[in-house]
Structure formats: structure tokens, C-alpha cells
Design a protein around this ligand. Structure first.
Ligand code: ATR
Length: 264
């Protein structure tokens, strides 16, 4: 039986096994998808098992999307540009790293009734997923991208990879059409300490977090009359793209799949 894993640390919260196993079952594919909590020192050995065909594919999550790169033979152009890998596949004997977060974010935005082209986008955070979001936004021709992160150095580092980024001090706020929370604030009860009360109407507030389904960030924005969206579709679409790479099949996205991603 074919074996697939998502590796990360922590990993208990990951809903990837539920989603992939559902798609495997309904597509009659004899395979199993599991989660594995690893340390950085385990990366070499687990990746080598893909080369030896003991494992057929790996999803990579926080904090290994970059540190996994030295163990691979090849990167897709998107993974190369973002230095971020979330899907590994063996292709013609080569370990290839892909980045399906980019397509995940792009498809999630396109599914909204919101034209992002020419818009001014303000990103909170500079962690693992942000290079993929910036890459996708640039492809969708937004007019401006502003990044603010608690640790300013990490935002500044993004400027080395992406041209025309603007950096704002953490705690400062700017005018925007779209704001994206890409920090981990909201996973618990923590709130983002910014005053959005002037950001009324027709702005898009997007949270990468999907569990809880509505963070305080989204809840407050909604009360002010803005459009809001959580990261659920982005998560589903990145998995969809990984599934397509591994199995050559586009899996179904329907209400049953959306239900899987709801809180247990
Ligand atoms: P990593 O930073 O390892 O890539 P991540 O989960 O991808 O991890 O990113 C977490 C993001 O949430 C970072 O932008 C982080 O800011 P720092 O770079 O300053 O760590 C942000 N974050 C986490 N806790 C935060 C807090 N209490 N206040 C503000 N930002 C926070």
C-alpha cells in the first residue's frame, strides 16, 4: 500500500490526513496518509525514504518548509522563488519540491467575489507562508504590498526576494484595500492590537487561520461591515494541488469536504 505523510512540529492539529484519506477512499486509491511529528535531525532520513520508494509523497508544514530544501534534488520554479516547499514527490528518480500554497491562496482568492487586481494589500506577519502569499499576490497584479511583522528583520529579509515591498513597523497601520493576517495571533484567544475602526466597508479581511473559523480579527472586521474570509479554502486547495501531483486526479471539493474541515 502506498504511504504519504505530512511532517511538521507541532503536527497534532493538522487536518491533512482527514482530507487526503477522504479523497483516497472516494477515489478508490489504495494508499494511506498519516502525520509524523519530526525534529530537524530526522529530515534527512525521512526524505531518503521517498527516494527509496518506502514513502510515496510528503507534505511539509511549519517549521520545515525551508529547511527541507537541502535534502531535495530539484525545486519547482515557485518553490525556488519562495524558498518554500510543502509537497515532495519522486519524479524520474529525483526528489522534487513543490509549493502548492501559492495555488492554494490564488484559488481561494479567485473563489471570492472580489477583484484583487490593482488593490493595495497589507500583510501582517512574515512567517513561513508569507513568501507564497506575496508570490501569488504579485501574479494577481495587486498594486502594492505592505508587510508588517513583530520581528522587523524578517520582513526586511523578504525584500531581498521580492521587489517593491514596503515594510511597516509592527503596531503601525496604513490605508489598504485588503488585509491579510498571516501571524499565528488568533489561533488561541490572542488578539491583534491594531485599531481597524477607520477601515469601514468593502475592505477584504483575510485570515490564513481556519480553526477557529472566525478569529477576533475577522469578527471585528465583519462588525465594521467588511468582507471576511478565513483560510479554509486555501488549505483545501493546497491539498487539492498536492493530491493532483501525487495521484494525477483532481479530487472533489464539495460540502462533504468542507464539513471535514469544520471543528470536530
Ligand atoms: P515562523 O515564524 O517560524 O515561520 P509561522 O507560524 O510561520 O512561524 O509565523 C508566525 C508569525 O506570527 C510570525 O510572523 C510571528 O512574528 P515573529 O516573526 O515576530 O515571530 C507572528 N507572531 C507570533 N506570535 C506573535 C505575537 N504575539 N505578536 C505578533 N506577532 C506574532
Amino acid at each position: 500500500m502506498k504511504k504519504y505523510f505530512v511532517i511538521g512540529n507541532p503536527i497534532d492539529h493538522s487536518l491533512s490526513p482527514k482530507l487526503h484519506n477522504h479523497w483516497l477512499t472516494i477515489n478508490n486509491i489504495k494508499a494511506i496518509y498519516d502525520r509524523k511529528k519530526i525534529n530537524e535531525a530526522d529530515l534527512r532520513s525521512i526524505i531518503s525514504q521517498v527516494k527509496e520508494k518506502k514513502i510515496n509523497g510528503i507534505n511539509v508544514t511549519v517549521p520545515f518548509k525551508k529547511t527541507v530544501i537541502p535534502y531535495l534534488d530539484q525545486l519547482s520554479p515557485e518553490a525556488e522563488q519562495t524558498q518554500s516547499v510543502n509537497t515532495i514527490i519522486l519524479s524520474n528518480g529525483n526528489l522534487v519540491g513543490h509549493n502548492t500554497d501559492i495555488a492554494g491562496f490564488t484559488k481561494a482568492i479567485k473563489a471570492l467575489n472580489f477583484n484583487i487586481e490593482g488593490k493595495k494589500v497589507f500583510i501582517l506577519g512574515a512567517g513561513g507562508v508569507v513568501p507564497s502569499i506575496i508570490f501569488a499576490l504579485k501574479k494577481m497584479n495587486v498594486s502594492q504590498i505592505i508587510v508588517s511583522n513583530r520581528t522587523k528583520k524578517k520582513a526586511e529579509d523578504l525584500k531581498l526576494r521580492f521587489k517593491n515591498l514596503e515594510i511597516l513597523n509592527w503596531g503601525d497601520i496604513t490605508d489598504f484595500d485588503v488585509i491579510i493576517n498571516a501571524t499565528s495571533l488568533g489561533l488561541n484567544e490572542e488578539t491583534i492590537n491594531l485599531d481597524f475602526s477607520k477601515s469601514i466597508n468593502n475592505k477584504l479581511f483575510y485570515d490564513v487561520i481556519y480553526n477557529p473559523a472566525e478569529t477576533n480579527f475577522l469578527n471585528e472586521a465583519k462588525k465594521l461591515g467588511n468582507k471576511t474570509e478565513n483560510g479554509r479554502l486555501m488549505f483545501i486547495y493546497q491539498a487539492f494541488e498536492a493530491f493532483k501531483l501525487w495521484h494525477g486526479i483532481e479530487p472533489q471539493i464539495n460540502s462533504e469536504v468542507l464539513k471535514i474541515l469544520n471543528n470536530d
